[in-house]
Ligand binder design. Structure first.
Ligand SMILES: Cc1cc2nc3c(=O)[nH]c(=O)nc-3n(C[C@H](O)[C@H](O)[C@H](O)COP(=O)(O)OP(=O)(O)OC[C@H]3O[C@@H](n4cnc5c(N)ncnc54)[C@H](O)[C@@H]3O)c2cc1C
Ligand SMILES: NC(=O)c1ccc[n+]([C@@H]2O[C@H](COP(=O)([O-])OP(=O)(O)OC[C@H]3O[C@@H](n4cnc5c(N)ncnc54)[C@H](O)[C@@H]3O)[C@@H](O)[C@H]2O)c1
Length: 459
């Protein structure tokens, strides 16, 4: 069997791994990157996750009621495929052009400490390395319900190419994927019903924010059933019947498609991690310390597979931690992260950073709070200009230091504004300075002037 020895072996072409491979290759280290699917060069983000779904959301937002749903969706999917094809080719080229990086097609499996066997069809290759970086990501986890693998039951990857376009869609799960797809498919023209097993949407968010999110989706045509779980998906070709249970409405639902949006699980099963001495937790995620070191010497894990927050920018930041360990001073850790923002790409986007009022109350902190519906923010005309006045904007501010402790930004451009607020939090820019800041007009940032003027003690 052919053998290859490198300084660094990266398994899986995720955001962290590919960025690390390029940087280490350019720094003169010999690097091998193993990817099991030629449809996944560049990883989940550009092929099946962030980028293609936001391209579909964008097209869905442009559809008008009279536009034919099937034709509009088909065109959007074609554009999505063209975009991901271009990005995949570019990602492949970006690593191929680094001389010190060897790209290997195949699935890697450990055969010993820091040694793997890569299999591609009938071909096999042994690769050993001083350092191994695991970046194998996650995959959709379907609920343990009869019929979950049956016809017309999809996950976030397969639903992007659903055919024919579903007139009725049931979404199981009200998290990131569930809400983004519910909004998107409603705008493409589906009748969407979301089954949410909790008593209300987004239980970790302030009640007014969760209600505003729900109202915006209801206004788009989405129906919610709270306190409801799917108990079976029964094949009734050409449709599927969703049997439900719970204190909520328990009437069966007939649909053309079901989306399981019930979380993801780590891709570790085929790696034979025990052969390398790499420990996993009870959910299968690779156990790492603050430096992203696993239980095996010289083996790191970056991205979703290490059980951290599942965002592309966290995988990217993981690469900085490992780069610091391998060619830096080793001081960077995951503990350095402050005010990590997040955005759910519904319409308008729902962005969060830091703590909300509920969390401040639970922590017994002395804070000032403010929250205002977007439609009532007189000094921010941008939502009216772009005809999207759903949402609310809220802040939590330390009562003594005037530091911003958190923000709920449910408004047009929120995915951008949240980064500005996060930077202010990291840099210690006070709420008063944000309130009195000079901002462009008309912009969403202007909301800071008016909303932060309404701070009051938390009741
Ligand atoms: C629908 C959806 C939308 C999302 N939208 C956003 C968003 O808007 N913003 C955001 O920040 N995050 C978003 N996320 C989350 C984001 O996609 C992930 O956090 C991110 O892609 C994680 O990347 P990663 O580095 O862990 O690995 P991945 O990009 O998942 O890469 C892992 C790679 O490893 C390969 N692999 C696995 N096993 C092996 C093996 N044994 N041998 C060789 N190769 C292997 C896989 O084929 C894959 O290419 C979204 C997720 C989903 C599902
Ligand atoms: N915009 C973004 O940044 C973005 C977009 C999509 C996904 N993501 C990432 O991908 C991850 C996965 O997304 P997701 O939406 O699949 O997971 P999630 O954890 O965000 O939401 C899963 C939802 O499904 C519910 N659920 C779980 N099991 C269930 C069951 N058996 N029956 C009914 N409901 C059930 C949970 O209560 C939860 O509400 C997210 O955690 C996020 O980090 C990010």
């Amino acid at each position: 069997m052919e053998q290859l020895q490198v300084d660094v072996l990266v398994i899986g072409w995720g955001k962290g791994g590919k960025t690390l491979a390029g940087a280490l290759g350019r720094a003169g280290r010999s690097v091998a990157v193993v990817e099991r699917s030629n449809r996944m060069y560049g990883g989940s983000c550009i092929n099946i996750a962030c980028v293609p779904t936001k391209a579909l959301v964008h097209r869905a937002e442009q559809r008008r009621f009279a536009d034919d749903a099937q034709a509009w969706f088909d065109a959007a999917v074609q554009e999505r495929d063209d975009l991901t094809g271009r990005l995949r080719a570019r990602n492949h080229a970006m690593l191929k052009e680094v001389d010190a990086v060897t790209l290997i097609d195949g699935a890697a499996r450990f055969v010993g400490p820091r040694e793997v066997e890569v299999t591609a069809g009938g071909e096999r290759l042994r690769v050993s390395a001083e350092t191994v970086v695991l970046n194998t990501g996650t995959e959709p986890a379907r609920p343990p319900v009869p019929g979950a693998d049956g016809p017309h039951v999809y996950d976030s990857t397969s639903l992007q190419h659903v055919s024919p376009f579903p007139r009725r869609l049931v979404v199981v799960g009200g998290g990131f994927v569930g809400l983004e797809f519910a909004g998107m498919f409603a705008r493409f023209g589906s009748q969407v019903t979301v089954l949410n097993r909790g008593e209300r949407l987004l239980p970790e968010e302030d009640a007014d924010a969760a209600a505003a999110v729900e109202q915006s989706l209801v206004d788009t045509g989405v129906t919610f059933r709270h306190g409801t779980s799917a108990t079976a998906f029964v094949d009734a070709r050409p449709t599927v019947v969703v049997q439900v249970d719970g204190p909520g409405d328990a009437t069966d639902l007939e649909a053309d498609a079901v989306l399981c949006a019930t979380g993801r699980r780590p891709v570790t099963a085929d790696l034979d991690l025990s052969a390398a001495g790499v420990d996993t937790d009870e959910r299968g995620y690779i156990v790492v310390d603050d430096h992203l070191r696993t239980s095996a010497d010289g083996v790191y894990a970056v991205g979703d597979v290490n059980g951290g927050p599942q965002f592309t920018y966290i995988s990217l930041d993981d690469h900085r931690v490992v780069l610091s360990a391998l060619i830096g001073d080793g001081s960077r850790t995951t503990k350095d992260r402050v005010a990590v923002p997040r955005t759910t790409f519904i319409t308008p986007p729902f962005a969060r950073v830091g703590i909300n009022a509920t969390q401040a109350r639970d922590q017994g902190r002395a804070v000032l709070v403010t929250s205002k519906p977007v439609a009532d923010i007189a000094a921010m005309p941008r939502p009216k200009i772009v005809e999207e006045t759903h949402g609310l904007i809220g802040f939590v501010v330390d009562a003594e230091s005037d530091e911003v402790l958190g923000a709920t930004l449910f408004c047009t451009d929120a995915q951008e504004l949240v980064n500005l607020v996060a930077l202010a939090m990291r840099a210690g820019v006070t709420a008063s300075r944000l309130r009195d800041g000079i901002w462009t007009h008309p912009s969403t940032t202007e909301a800071l002037n008016e909303v932060l003027a309404g701070l009051r003690p938390l009741a």
